[in-house]
Design a protein around this ligand. Structure first.
Ligand code: SAM
Ligand code: SF4
Ligand code: SF4
Length: 342
């Protein structure tokens, strides 16, 4: 296959599309209180019927189209992506796409002991595991689960053994819930040779009871780590990188913060999101997505129609919700994170 022609597509604020997050399911085996509170996502909640989900071929067709418009990085997410049956088959299809240089997956890690080897064999490049506490009781409280943190730690080791390193771990800190875990997690990550990133608790969706007081500002996280193990800033790799990176001065690797609330980075946001049923979202805080599945399933629509539709959606994009939040606060309906992925 030759190198495909890539169009430099820009939105109304001059931002290219470089990353695509693909949600492969809206289901999850945890009920993290900041994401899928059980009161909302309980036994009566209706998840997407399987028949509605995009097939692997349909996802691959959209990702190939996106790659032709500038996307180089794809992250599979959910819900919990490892709940999607036969996921390695999708990975094998995606890694074959020209222009895609980075294929990653975000998971809560619990199913990695069984699946890490197959994911690596299929060609997955990288993995990020979400872990919000080291203390078992806190983990169970945050994730509203009877599962043990040992399962997540085993998952991380299984991923490493399968060659999916270097491993990143994401922690969402919420004041009064798990902010006391900060130093323990940082100390563990230094020893375990994983790169930890602390993410500010965001007001995604409308069900997680977000209050500004619940946010542990990235600046506070940096100060607390620095007080224990001195750190110094590292330059970003590229403008679209959302994590602010720091290096331990004693050589024990790096740690990062994602200041989505206190230092919004919309002006550099090059990220699109695809829901499990094929809606394209141009912002994490959007109320609705743009239906690409109808184009996919329209027999009269060829790849050019799909490409034109994708390009038209991105070209019209003006989103800057987090910057607006800083200016005037967020209001109105918005999609749940478990629906379009983090
Ligand atoms: N289930 C997988 C997992 O937990 O890694 C993938 C999907 S989850 C929605 C992706 C990421 O979003 C996780 O790292 C999670 O911690 C983060 N997340 C969910 N709700 C959030 C919120 N309200 N604020 C900040 N991050 C959030
Ligand atoms: Fe599930 Fe991930 Fe949301 Fe937790 S953060 S409820 S693991 S989708
Ligand atoms: Fe991007 Fe929307 Fe987040 Fe701003 S608020 S960084 S535009 S996803």
């Amino acid at each position: 296959m030759g190198t495909p022609e890539v169009t430099t597509l820009r939105d109304r604020l001059g931002r290219p599309v470089e990353d695509l997050r693909v949600s492969v399911t809206d289901r999850c085996n945890l009920r993290c209180r900041y994401c899928m509170p059980r009161e909302v996502f309980g036994p009566d909640h209706t998840f997407l019927p399987r028949s509605e989900l995009l097939s692997f071929e349909e996802i691959t067709r959209i990702v190939r189209t996106a790659a032709g418009l500038g996307v180089t990085k794809v992250r599979l997410t959910g819900g919990e992506p490892l709940l999607r049956k036969d996921l390695p088959e999708l990975i094998a299809q995606l890694v074959a796409i020209d222009g895609l240089t980075d294929l990653a997956l975000t998971t809560n890690g619990l199913l990695l002991p069984q699946q890490a080897a197959a994911l690596a064999d299929a060609g997955l490049h990288r993995i990020t595991v979400s872990l919000d506490a080291l203390d078992e009781a806190t983990f169970r409280e945050v994730a509203d689960t009877k599962a043990s943190i040992l399962g997540v730690l085993e998952g991380i080791e299984a991923a490493r053994a399968a060659g999916l390193g270097p491993i990143k771990v994401n922690t969402v800190l919420r004041r009064g819930m798990n902010d006391d875990q900060l130093e323990d997690l940082a100390g563990w990550a230094r020893e375990a040779d994983v790169t930890l990133r602390f993410i500010e608790f965001m007001d995604v969706g409308t069900t997680n009871g977000w209050l500004r007081d619940g946010v542990v500002p990235a600046a506070e996280v940096v100060d607390r780590i620095h007080a224990r193990w001195p750190i110094e800033p590292v330059d970003r790799d590229h403008p679209g990188e959302v994590a602010e990176r720091y290096r331990y001065t004693d050589g024990a690797g790096e740690v990062g913060v994602v200041a989505s609330v206190t230092r919004a980075f919309c002006r550099d946001c090059t990220r699109a999101r695809l829901s499990a049923i094929g809606e394209l979202y141009t912002c994490l805080f959007a109320a609705t997505g743009h239906d690409l599945r109808a184009v996919l399933r329209d027999e009269a629509a060829d790849d050019t129609r799909l490409r034109d539709r994708f390009a038209a959606i991105w070209s019209a994009r003006t989103d800057r919700a987090s910057e607006l939040r800083a200016e005037e606060g967020l209001t109105g309906p918005r999609v749940e994170m478990s629906y379009i992925g983090g």
